[in-house]
Design a protein around this ligand. Structure first.
Ligand code: IVH
Length: 696
């Protein structure tokens, strides 16, 4: 009876584990899972002779004695050929098409069917299951033999110690091949831990995964949260003949795969409980491959882990066999790589850059290096602490990373290549542009130039921000032109831009008459900006587009806003204490106020109709009654929005009431509205009328 209960518990726990770690869809609570686990441990404590290696209690074992043993692979672990461009891809498909056509697999005009998969950027491993139980795991090594890392692989929670289902479904032997990797999030967390413990940080998730697998002590590996994705198989022998297999093949013991295609095989592995990424797709012809490549490129930046390309495999296994192998790689598969996101190069110098708000950012000047598809010569070092933490010095060889469109960054120095007598970075005491003092508030990571708009760098960037597309949208005022205008002293603030004349622009170096006129045209087109755009253009700290829109809507006019108290600003959706303080402070500054006055004097008028006009048709002049508690807005907030939209907010419901906005526990006013047939709105419907997006 107890023995049976033990088997039952093992099966249940294996299933729950699979649901939790592989499917991400648990059906029991952690507490229920723990209770089952404790029951199993209790039985095993009483009957140690019943403990088997596939028991869920046996994930973390003792370190292997004498290091990792060598394992000869039953079937070699191959590598893949690469295609680096579309031409090579076309050639790959053509070769396959020709061979398959000759062998009679394809009708005239028929395209080759492929299974397209991610190329996971981790470490290849082979997991051997015998009679459904994990008996050995090995690294790829040189492809013929690798290292026995069974005790480390056992600690990966998503790797089943025994396959799902009952013994009749299990193949006699199944070698699963796949990749061990670490997610970005787990990688970041691990590095934080390493820092805290003053141990070395890892350069990228791949290295972290490799380091973790190479740990002799599985207790350490167990803490590393590794993942595994299956993409193939080695030796397979299916105990029971399956209907999908032809008789001759069974007799010859040649074909042991129970399914006919790569995609079906992956589905089978998945049903046996192995983690298989759902990202694979069956596609046809070069066009199908290219589309998969591009779709995946777009998804790549948002994936929780790294992929360094995609892999295409001829889908039908019988076709794969006909195609065979060249040297150590199959002819039926190819890797299509993405541009490498990392490269190494040398730090020539470390300079500082002054941002719009005076923030000083150290920048590494690099020997040009091709990474992420472009040549990189500068990379951000973020701030002083970051440089110290990473210990990056001038003259170091460093790893550079450029993922997607983000700014390239210096990941880490390659310490083995550090020359003697290197210098660290020292934050300058004064601004390299305006010579004002650089200060760093004690609790902040960022040092700032204290020059404000005296500093040409800050002035230039403030102007560049003001004319940018989401602000005043003045086309043609590029970085070079702003540099010239500021350096010559002609433009000091935004107002000066509006006094520019075409002739003086045309007189500047590298400026034609036509382009000068175009710039003036663009400036003139921006003489009547909407309030929210002007607000965003002012470059107030912490005021992005969304905040600018909310603030503009709430106050309706620049005049109202300039007089707003900090406490009143807090009523605006999207505005918290830091933002409110920043806005209030900005408008209290005399030089900001005079810059605004000068802007208005230079002929700029502000379009303040937005709040009213948008909602004019729905709410202008209407009387509205608020009752009950709204889910997110306070009574005050709702009132301000309604007033800004031109509505009258009244206290009692009458036949003249246009709308009653009712929240929770609305009482007599709601009943009265219903009696009178007045339209009742909830907060969401009011937001629609006001055109205020929900806060989710
Ligand atoms: S198939 C018979 N599929 O790429 C072909 N490999 O250069 C053998 N890899 O060492 C490999 N994702 O570590 C295959 N979906 C995938 C893969 C993949 C990553 C790695 C694997 C192998 C290397 C081949």
């Amino acid at each position: 009876m107890t023995k049976q209960r033990l088997d039952d518990l093992k099966t249940q726990l294996t299933e729950h584990n699979h649901r939790y770690y592989v499917l991400d869809a648990p059906i029991v609570s952690d507490a229920e899972y723990d209770a089952l686990m404790r029951e199993l441990m209790a039985i095993e404590a009483e009957h140690p002779e019943w403990i088997t290696p596939d028991s869920p209690t046996q994930r973390v074992g003792a370190p292997p004695k004498g290091g990792f043993a060598t394992v000869n692979h039953a079937v070699p672990m191959l590598s893949l050929g690469n295609a680096f461009n579309e031409e090579e891809l076309v050639a790959f498909d053509q070769r396959i098409h020709d061979t398959l056509r000759q062998a009679g697999f394809l009708a005239p005009g028929e395209q080759v069917e492929y299974n397209a998969e991610y190329k996971f950027d981790g470490l290849a491993v082979n997991l051997r299951y015998e009679q459904g139980v994990l008996v050995q795991a090995a690294t790829r090594g040189d492809g013929l033999s690798g290292e026995d890392i069974t005790s480390n692989i056992r600690t990966i929670a998503s790797v089943p110690l025994r396959l799902l289902g009952n013994a009749t479904a299990w193949p006699a032997v199944l070698e699963v091949r796949g990749e061990v990797l670490m997610s970005h999030r787990d990688f970041e967390a691990l590095n934080q831990e390493q820092l805290k413990r003053r141990e070395r940080v890892f350069v990228n998730p791949r290295n972290a995964a490799a380091g973790s697998l190479r740990q002799l002590d599985p207790r350490i590996t167990a803490q590393r949260r590794l993942r595994f994705y299956a993409y193939g198989w080695g030796e397979v022998s299916v105990a029971q003949p399956s209907p999908q297999q032809d008789l001759l093949a069974q007799l010859n013991h040649e074909l042991t795969e129970p399914y006919a295609t790569q995609a079906e095989m992956l589905g089978w592995l998945q049903r046996l409980g192995l983690p298989v990424s759902r990202s694979y797709e069956v596609v046809k012809g070069v066009q199908g491959l290219v589309q998969y490549y591009q779709r995946t490129a777009e998804a790549r930046a948002d994936l929780p882990f790294d992929i360094d390309g995609v892999v295409y495999k001829v889908n039908y296994l019988d076709q794969q066999r006909v195609l065979g192998f060249v040297a150590r790689a199959p002819r039926f598969a190819i890797a299509h790589k993405y541009p490498a996101q990392e490269a190494t190069t040398e730090v020539v110098a470390i300079d500082v850059q002054v941002g719009r708000t005076g923030a000083i950012t150290p920048v590494a000047r690099l020997k040009p290096v091709f990474v992420g598809g472009v040549t990189v010569t500068n990379a951000t070092l973020h701030n002083e602490d970051e440089i110290r933490r990473k210990d990056i010095r001038i003259g170091d060889t460093v790893v550079i990373r450029r993922a997607g469109d983000v700014i390239p960054e210096v990941v880490a120095p390659v310490l083995e290549k550090r020359p003697e007598h290197t210098e660290g970075f020292v934050m300058p005491q004064s601004c390299p542009v305006c010579d004002s003092a650089i200060e760093r508030p004690e609790d902040e990571a960022i040092a700032r130039c204290t020059g404000g708009l005296v500093c040409a760098a800050q002035r230039k960037q403030t102007l560049a921000h003001a004319v940018s597309r989401k602000a005043l949208d003045i086309d043609g005022l590029g970085e070079k032109l702003i540099d010239q205008l500021v350096d010559s002293g002609r433009v000091k603030t935004l107002a000066d831009l509006y006094t520019l004349r075409a002739e003086e622009l045309a007189a500047l170096p590298r400026m034609g008459k036509k382009s000068a006129e175009n710039v003036i045209k663009a400036i003139n087109a921006a003489r009547h900006p909407r309030l929210e755009r002007l607000l965003y253009a002012l470059g107030i700290r912490h005021v992005g587009e969304t905040t600018a829109r909310e603030v503009a809507r709430y106050y309706g006019s620049l005049e109202n806003l300039m007089e707003a108290e900090e406490s009143d600003l807090l009523r605006v959706a999207d505005v918290g204490p830091i933002v409110a303080a920043s806005i209030a402070h900005f408008f209290q500054e005399p030089h900001n106020r005079s810059a605004i006055v000068r802007l208005l004097q230079s002929g700029v008028t502000i379009d303040e109709s937005a709040a009213l006009s948008v909602h004019g048709s729905a709410l202008t002049g209407k009387s509205v009654v608020l009752t009950g508690t709204l889910p997110t807005w306070t009574r005050d907030e709702a009132t301000r929005y309604l007033l800004a939209a031109g509505a009258k907010v009244t206290g009692s419901v009458s036949a003249k009431t246009a709308y009653v906005v009712a929240g929770d526990e609305a009482g007599s006013k709601l009943r009265r509205a219903q009696e009178l047939g007045v339209t009742v709105l909830d907060e969401a419907q009011l937001r629609v009328l006001l055109d205020v997006r929900s806060l989710e």
